[in-house]
Design a protein around this ligand. Structure first.
Ligand SMILES: [Zn+2]
Length: 319
């Protein structure tokens, strides 16, 4: 019944006008087709905030003859239920797999909406992501509730994934195979990537941004750069990450930004400068127009400086 209501709500909302970011009062999900059977949920290309109710993750939905794969179901139960309604409008196939790419609350807390389904889907993550979720999802739920408001997060319970995804393994969904990569640490302590070579499609979680300054609060600058260099080498035409686009629109500029941090700070350390000169050390011109630059870039400078300085003290050459 709840599913049916969500479905009706979604179709009604679709009829009423253009898409806008979700609000607590009327969450809606629009699935845009990417490939035959592959869809991506329209989301705000921004950081989670009240204005977008945390609807910032372009969830990947893959409808196969063996069931539906959902990657990063989103920030809260209401979004997850609306997503499920949008999936029901496409197919009667059961949701069989829900993948959590990394342990950030806006990506994983909508697991709650899928836990009551029968048959129950498998919730899948890397061992490190599953362990981190077990450790801190309570705190993440509390902090996202504080950020977005309790109404937005109503009914959101924590549903933990199995630690089943291993680097180099393959996830079989109907006729499609997804290669699993686990990069740890990179954007977060552990970031899972799914790559479908036949579809030339890459699902990169938090590892790629488009026109927005990357969030590095838990990132490893060098680990993330290394991950992106590997992803750029993969055969893919479309990347679904914090936004959707070609590799040239997502992977390449994200790496360019991280490279600018590494090269600028590395040179400043070699010249004996200190952290107060970090902003001048990095050539940030090409990224100034990116979203959240004034607030996010200074935080990234500090984090990158600390990491490279530690490495420099330990005798690693600047990157
Ligand atoms: Zn993230």
């Amino acid at each position: 019944m709840a599913t049916r209501r969500a479905f009706l709500g979604t179709t009604l909302a679709l009829a009423l006008g253009a898409w806008r970011p979700a609000t607590a009062a009327g969450t809606r999900v629009v699935l845009d087709p990417l490939r035959p059977g592959v869809y991506v949920a329209r989301a705000d290309n921004a950081e989670a905030m009240r204005a977008n109710a945390g609807a910032v993750v372009p969830t990947l939905v893959h409808v196969t003859r063996a069931g539906v794969l959902v990657v990063d179901p989103g920030p809260q139960a209401a979004w997850g239920r609306a997503l499920l309604g949008a999936i029901r409008a496409l197919t009667a196939q059961p949701v069989r797999w829900v993948v959590n790419t990394h342990a950030h609350p806006e990506n994983v807390l909508a697991n709650a909406a899928f836990a009551g389904l029968r048959p129950r889907p498998r919730f899948l993550a890397s061992a490190a992501t599953a362990a981190l979720m077990r450790q801190r999802c309570e705190a993440c739920l509390a902090s996202l509730s504080a950020q977005l408001g309790r109404t937005a997060m109503r009914g959101t319970a924590i549903v933990l994934p199995e630690p089943a995804l291993q680097h180099g393994a393959w996830l079989h969904t109907g006729g499609t195979v997804w290669q699993v990569q686990v990069h740890a640490p990179a954007h977060s302590a552990s970031d899972t990537v799914l790559h479908a070579p036949q579809l030339r499609l890459l699902c990169a979680g938090g590892l790629a941004y488009r026109g927005r300054v990357p969030e590095m609060q838990e990132a490893s600058l060098q680990g993330w750069r290394q991950a992106l260099r590997q992803l750029i080498a993969l055969p893919a035409d479309i990347v679904v990450a914090t936004a959707t686009g070609t590799p040239a629109q997502t992977l390449v500029p994200t790496l360019a930004y991280l490279d600018a941090l590494a090269h600028g700070i590395g040179a400043a350390l070699a010249a004996g400068r200190d952290a107060t000169q970090a902003a001048d050390a990095v050539a940030a011109g090409p990224f100034r127009h990116w979203r959240h630059f004034p607030t996010r870039h200074p935080l990234n400078l500090q984090r990158a400086w600390r990491q490279l300085e530690d490495a420099w003290m330990q005798g690693e050459p600047p990157a």
